[in-house]
Design a protein around this ligand. Structure first.
Ligand code: PSU
Ligand code: MN
Length: 294
């Protein structure tokens, strides 16, 4: 059911380190045409670090683990690419649509493909003010053994609520060089986490311990803070007006996150874009180092 790119197939056969990458950030998270350039650069960063990038998506109903250059371009350019979570996968296979995968769907497929490490920008979470709007990223990670590297969760979310859900689901959160939980655009969301790690080797040792203890039945989250955060005043202002706009325009379901990301990109004069790109690049590099350490 899975089609591997030539590069990923070769890496699998030789048991070389592989890093899974999501595609919703390409189709729904970053503006065109910059999205393609960033997706290509992220893959180069993983290769440069000595691992193999496996960007995951569905093309004409077929799950792809690793995309050939023209396929990556299709995800970035085609405006009809839909956003798929885990629950959508079987349906999209049947209808032979093309879709980008969220953190949830990418994690699910990566695990099926035997990949242990996955880099994304920001994990989905609990949305502010909407008790039942909670990203399926959380429930998926509660049952999928994979190491996810993200810059915490987006500050557009209810960060406290998301951290509580991560605790309930038994998903450990490790701060990379920090105990301040990062807020995607911000280095520090204002919430503290318990555990700090300093190296990819340390993360690999903890993952091996989890396996030995039979607690590696679900994900482990590595929170890698952005170094040069967004201007705080600008961030807070856009967040307030963006949340109000989403409410006013009655944006619901899976459209909420893309709406808010787009709102940030169009109102921050390039600031949120700069930060978003820095994040995905840094997380991909760290994920490659972890894959190698494993
Ligand atoms: N992080 C980014 N850009 C994105 C996303 C995360 O930097 O586009 C996407 C991821 O694919 C994540 C999704 O899984 O947003 C969460 O959407 P929702 O809140 O609808 O679950
Ligand atoms: Mn949602």
């Amino acid at each position: 059911m899975i089609k591997y790119s030539a590069e990923v197939a070769a890496a699998k056969a030789a048991k070389r380190p592989i890093v899974a990458l999501e595609s919703t950030i390409i189709s729904h998270g970053l503006p065109r045409p910059l999205n393609l350039q960033v997706a290509q650069e992220v893959e180069s960063i993983v290769r440069g670090a000595g691992a193999t990038p496996a960007t995951i998506a569905l093309l004409d109903g077929v799950i792809h683990v690793g995309l050939e250059p023209a396929e990556l371009e299709r995800i970035a350019v085609d405006e009809n690419i839909v956003k798929a979570s885990t629950r959508d996968l079987a349906i999209i296979e049947e209808s032979k649509q093309s879709a980008a995968t969220t953190v949830a769907a990418t994690s699910h497929i990566a695990h099926l493909a035997g990949i242990d490490v996955f880099a994304t920008g920001g994990l989905g979470g609990v949305h502010r003010g909407h008790t039942y709007d909670e990203s399926a990223d959380l429930t998926e990670l509660a049952e999928t053994p994979i190491i996810v590297v993200s810059a915490g969760v987006k500050s557009i979310l209810d960060v406290a609520g998301t951290l509580e859900r991560l605790e309930t689901f038994g998903i450990p959160v490790l701060g990379y060089g920090t105990t301040k939980f990062p807020g995607f655009y911000l280095t520090d969301s204002g919430f503290t986490i318990e555990h700090q790690v300093e190296s990819a080797d340390q993360i690999a040792r903890i993952w091996h311990n989890r396996k030995a203890l039979a607690t590696a039945d679900r994900a482990m989250l590595i929170a890698n803070p952005v170094r040069n955060q967004m201007d705080l005043a600008l961030h807070d202002e856009i967040l307030q007006t963006g949340l109000a706009a989403a409410e006013r325009e009655q944006i619901t379901g899976k459209a909420v996150t893309p709406f808010l990301l787009e709102y940030f990109h169009t109102n921050s004069k390039g600031e949120s874009l700069r930060v978003n790109i820095e994040i995905i690049k840094a997380n991909s590099l760290l994920a490659a180092q972890i894959a190698i350490a494993l």
